[in-house]
Each structure stands twice: as C-alpha cells, then as structure tokens.
Design a protein around this ligand. Sequence first.
Ligand code: SAM
Length: 312
Amino acid sequence: MGRSSKDKRDIYYRLAKEEGWRARSAFKLLQLDEEFNLFKGKTRVRRAVDLCAAPGSWSQVLSRKLRASNESCEEVKIVAVDLQAMAPLPGVTQIQGDITKVSTAQEIIRHFEGQAADLVVCDGAPDVTGLHDVDEYIQAQLLLAALNITTHVLKPGGNFVAKIFRGKDVTLLYSQLKIFFSMVTCAKPRSSRNSSIEAFVVCQNYSPPEGYIPNMSNPLLDHSYDVDFNQLEGPNRIIVPFLACGDLSAFDSDRTYPLQLDSNKEYKYLPPTQPPIQPPYQQACHLRKNNLLAKEDSPSALLGLGALNLGT
Ligand code: SAM
C-alpha cells in the first residue's frame, strides 16, 4: 500500500496534515464548536483543560482559538493532561498524569492559581481490545473519571465535552451527567466516522447539586443498572438527545476522495505534522525491527508451555 493511500481513504487525516494539526481529531472539536459555540459562548473561555490530550490536536485547537487575539493571549491558560508525554505547544502547560487521580485535579487547580476552568474537554480513549463490551465499559469508566475531575476544576455555568461510546450504557451515563449539567446532548461530528460508535457528550451549564463535595469515586457504572434503568418503558424511558453536527456539506469521513481535490492545486504527499514522542508502541517496533519478537520454535513453545519442565 502506497503512502498516499491513507490520504485517499481518510480525507480528515489528509486535511489535518495540510492544516498543520497533529491528528485528524482536531476537526471533531472544531465541528463541535461550530454547533455549540464552545469557545466564545456567553463569556469568552480563558481557562481550559484538555484531558487525555496526546498527541495534542485538541490542545492545538484550544491554543489557536483561545489565543487568537493578542490582548487575550496573556490571560488564557490551557492545561493538557495525558499519561503520555507530548511535544510542547504555545500557551499550553502539560501535566503528565492520570485523570483518575485526585493529585491530577489538584495540579490543574495549582496551574490556574485556585481559579476554576471555563471549559473541560476530554477525548480520552483506552487502548481498545476489540471486545466491544469491554471497550465500551472501559470507555465509560474513563468518561466518569473525566467527569469526577471536572467536578473539581470547572466553574458553575462552565461546559464539559467528552468522548462517549454509544453502547447500552449511554442512558445511564446521560442520567449521571444530567445530575451535574442542565443541558446534555450527544453529538456526532461529520469527521467522526459513521462506522464508529464514538460520539461526544456536550454538557452545558455546570450546576452541581447543592452541597455536592467533589470526589474521585462517584458516580461509577453500576451493574444493577440493567435491571433498574435499562428496562424502563413508555414515557419513563430516557431518550438521550442526539445531534449530528458540523456543516452537512463538509467532507464525509466514511468516503474515499480523489487525491487531487482542487483542479488548481496539485496533490503533494505531506508527512504527519508531529509524530508522537515516546509512543507506547515504540518498544514493540524496536523488538520487531531487531527480530526480538520471534517466538521459540520448539514443540513446548508452540503448546504455550514455555519454561515448564516436562520431565523428558
Ligand atoms: N485528543 C487527542 C488529540 O486530539 O490529539 C487524542 C487523544 S487519544 C484518542 C486518547 C488519549 O487518552 C491517549 O493519548 C491516552 O494516553 C489517553 N489516556 C487514556 N487513559 C488515560 C488516563 N487514565 N489518564 C490520562 N490520559 C489517558
């Protein structure tokens, strides 16, 4: 397969390179902003948190959009959190940390000098296993961890945007988010493939229950939910508002496009804007390159018995 093949099959991958974004996901946040006016809203966003930020295209969007005018540049603070290190970005402070830890929330608050954030975004995803139920469950836990951290750092009236997998737990997640936000919408940007169960919850107007004390262990998915919640019928059944967003004339992420999009502009292959630094697959690549991944070709290794003494 040639280098340009992915450019043909994935229009947003190609556009991301042309426009200098580190990942195609930048378009998801841009299209969510088009629909929900996330960055200007009622008041201009000055403090924003990007949870699960690496390699950093959402942080890039925040940096470019929030620091657009010179006067606002000084007062804009953006904090990006990820387990992995990422290359620096103008106006973005990085925390290499885990969003399930309260120490991460405290570090964010320190960066804002005690002030609360106007916006929290989270595009977090665990390493997918391919087992859909497991992936959906872990994704839901990550979303709830992001919600927990958000309750520590977001100002009342602020907004929260997070990736969600539209699985069977979506109703429960929606109900839990509704406890904290007056408006919750499930949105699918044009740049998110239809073939993917990924969507984004856009939670507006943070208004926690009176007396709520933020903590990191609440709420979590509860297995009794299937019995208590999912079987509600008729008017009691919760319908999660769903919105396809982004200009409908925008590129379709599931289509293949010709390499030359514009007759006046010749196609030229571009390398990715910023390859990840220290990606978790780096060691696997090194082992493979040096032929260190090869398995022992012995009958016991084939049987998965490894170092077992078979008494022969
Ligand atoms: N929004 C990013 C962008 O536009 O470049 C892409 C995010 S990527 C899809 C998902 C990220 O979630 C990964 O970088 C991964 O390290 C991070 N992640 C997963 N679990 C995490 C956790 N518990 N704490 C912090 N980051 C986490």
